[in-house]
Design a protein around this ligand. Structure first.
Ligand code: ADP
Length: 256
């Protein structure tokens, strides 16, 4: 964990809390995570495909991120935690290049290929079809493979021909995730990917998160998503205001 913090004491407290959070996660047995479809190997990349140096962002007078240093190593799992308004979505948007920092920078490592999942599904083209979206996101898939992947993500029969803009929120999430994990991206940026999902959709999304072999940076409040991710690091936001962190909040997140 390398969040910039206001004081050394605050940093130590956060690290201790992060340790406690990770300790509360049960190890996941490998056989619980058998994917129905083999995911492709992510595109080759360097040891640290994505990072940030002193990333800083304000909206007006409100400093949302104050000098975040981050290294996302190949295949690593990072969870970003924090209360509403802490800057989690802003961080992911900066990492995805959707927004520019005021100061500092996002560093792209060799071979980086980002897959970004936004809560508002603005990465999906409403005029596309379900089949068309997946075929474009994962052009190496044959027609038969596209059908199988769609089936694995619970799209059956006529669903493949549906326009994206008629899909429910949960269906859009499933489609976006299907495209991302089969795209060959080597870093996925996932912003609350299990929000508003029915149980079956959630299970598919968690399986995808758990079996994806590339790096994942995920924002979530969902304990099941944390377990599926098995994060090796936790980034706590806000990074400069320890007081916003209550034990209750951490316990809620970790169910510790
Ligand atoms: P989180 O994802 O942790 O809930 P956000 O990154 O969405 O937090 O937002 C962090 C803060 O920045 C909030 O106070 C929010 O109101 C503000 N904010 C986010 N985007 C904008 C924007 N485009 N213009 C002004 N303020 C914004």
């Amino acid at each position: 964990m390398r969040a910039n913090v206001a004081t050394a004491v605050a940093a130590k407290n956060m690290a201790r809390r992060a340790d406690r959070l990770l300790a509360g996660l049960e190890p996941v047995r490998r056989r619980d995570k058998v994917a129905r479809i083999r995911l492709p190997e992510p595109a080759a990349c360097g040891r640290t495909p994505l990072g940030t140096v002193a990333l800083t962002k304000s909206y007006g007078d409100h400093r949302v991120l104050g000098g975040v240093d981050l290294a996302v190593d190949r295949g690593s799992r990072l969870v970003v935690l924090g209360p509403n308004g802490a800057g989690k979505t802003t961080l992911l948007r900066l990492l995805a290049g959707r927004e520019a920092p005021d100061d500092g920078r996002v560093v792209h490592g060799h071979g980086l290929r980002i897959g970004y999942f936004a809560q508002e599904h603005d990465t999906l083209d409403g005029t596309d079809t379900v089949r068309g979206h997946l075929a474009a996101a994962a052009p190496h898939l044959t027609d038969g493979e596209v059908r199988r992947v769609l089936g694995a993500f619970l799209f059956t029969g006529d669903d493949a021909g549906k326009r994206v803009d008629v899909l429910s929120g949960g269906e859009k999430t499933r489609l976006a995730l299907a495209g991302l994990v089969h795209s060959g991206a080597n870093v996925l940026l996932l912003d609350e990917p299990t929000n508003h999902l029915d149980p079956a959709s959630r299970a598919e999304v968690l399986t995808a998160v758990g079996t994806y072999p590339g790096a994942i940076v995920m924002v979530t409040h969902d304990e099941g998503a944390l377990r599926a991710l098995r994060p090796d690091r936790v980034l706590m936001l806000p990074d400069a205001d320890e007081d916003l962190w209550s034990e209750e909040y951490l316990e809620l997140v970790a169910l510790a």
